[in-house]
Design a protein around this ligand. Structure first.
Ligand code: NAD
Ligand code: 89V
Length: 344
């Protein structure tokens, strides 16, 4: 039996969410965490010791010059992504980049072009479509249990304090659509297909933050389907549902619902079945984050599997440009009050 050599990787940006990336990489046998890098030496060193990396760096250029890597996982905030992708590409190293890919569509396109020109694999760390409850709903649809879908409501409504863990979210002029709406719009694309037109209304409820914290979009898909995508961080409810994405998919023969408490209910040809699709909680996960943490592991496994199979990952750079285009269309719609055709 031949075993493939382990993929040698490094992670750049050892901050809040990167801890999940590292736990997940450490639990995938086909991957070796060779090095970690953060501008903050203490964070880099803490990640090195916790996850058994050989070396820690504070300068990504120095790391790329010194290490022989198959890929880098970029888990910094979006302002730094383009320069770090350019650096990786100059060393012929494949790339995973956290969402949002960049602050502007021009930078996003540049990132995709840089990797295409260099012949490098590029996956955006767009993990919500890899959450196991959402995978279960997608599977029920793909199995034809409700026939062709003509309506989706994808809903994320919470009052959870995301700002204590991610303080930068409170100061950005654009908040919920680019940080969270990007995930829910991506789930919408994954379920209902490409978008023809989009209309969005935003609200700014919390006076302590700079950006919009509620966004409600009405979407017409190219296949004639219609979706509502609603996101809120100004919803006061108990039990607090963070970070659950709820779904209602209506089709010719029935309805698939992802309900609070990770219950998947399928009404198909007059029969109702309900099951728990709550993800498992490996030792490194903590509720209520476990559904996101587990999706990181699912996404990283997908990267390795698609690499080994020589296939493009589902959330490739080119794919993610379409999701990013929906976010930009939503802002354009909210600002102008008009219906927008997203950029192809
Ligand atoms: P963070 O600020 O906690 O961490 C970023 C780290 O990157 C910091 O430690 C910083 O020192 C380091 N850094 C910045 N520029 C660097 C550079 N050039 N070289 C080396 N290190 C550098 O941020 P975070 O909350 O972990 O968010 C990081 C990214 O993850 C963001 O894009 C955010 O949107 C995304 N995120 C995604 C999810 C998800 O579920 N997909 C969840 C949370 C955050
Ligand atoms: O997934 C994210 O990007 C996070 C959160 C779920 C808190 O919005 O920022």
């Amino acid at each position: 039996m031949t075993t493939e050599p382990r993929l040698r990787m490094a992670l750049i940006g050892c901050g809040f969410f990167a801890q999940n990336h590292l736990h997940a990489w450490a639990s995938i046998p086909g991957v070796e965490i060779v090095a970690v890098c953060d501008r903050d030496a203490a964070k880099a060193e803490a990640a090195r010791t916790t996850f058994g990396a050989a070396r820690a760096y504070t300068d990504a250029a120095a790391m790329m010059a010194a290490e022989k890597l198959d890929f880098v996982d970029i888990a910094t905030t979006m302002q730094t992504h383009r320069a770090l992708v350019e650096l990786a590409a100059s060393h012929g190293v494949h790339v995973i980049v956290q969402k949002p890919l960049a602050p502007s569509i021009e930078d996003c396109r540049a990132i995709v072009e840089i990797c295409e020109r260099a012949g490098l694999r590029l996956m955006v760390h767009e993990n919500f479509r890899f959450q196991s409850p959402i995978l279960a709903a997608r599977k029920a649809l793909a199995e034809g249990r409700i026939g062709r879908a003509h309506f989706l409501q994808a809903s994320f409504r919470s009052g959870y304090d995301v700002f204590s863990g991610q303080p930068y979210l409170a100061t950005e002029k654009r908040f919920i659509l680019i940080d969270l709406g990007i995930h829910i719009l991506d789930v919408c694309r994954a379920i209902m297909g490409e978008v023809e037109t989009l209309y969005c209304q935003t609200q700014h409820i919390n006076p302590k933050i700079a950006g919009e914290d509620v966004a409600t979009s009405l979407i017409r898909h190219q296949n004639g389907g219609v979706s509502i995508v609603d996101c809120s961080y100004a919803s006061r409810r108990l039990p607090e549902p963070f970070p659950q994405t709820l779904l209602r998919i209506e089709g010719e023969h029935g309805t698939i619902e992802l309900l609070e408490g990770y219950r998947l209910r399928v009404t198909s040809e007059g029969t109702v079945t309900e099951q728990s699709v709550e993800p498992e909680t490996p030792a490194w996960t903590q509720k209520p984050w476990h559904v996101l943490q587990e999706s990181v592991l699912n996404l990283e496994r997908h990267w390795v599997e698609s690499w080994r199979a020589g296939k493009s990952p589902e959330t490739s750079g080119a794919d993610n440009l379409r999701t990013y285009g929906l976010v930009m269309a939503a802002y354009a719609s909210a600002e102008s009050g008009s219906i927008i055709q997203p950029a192809a």
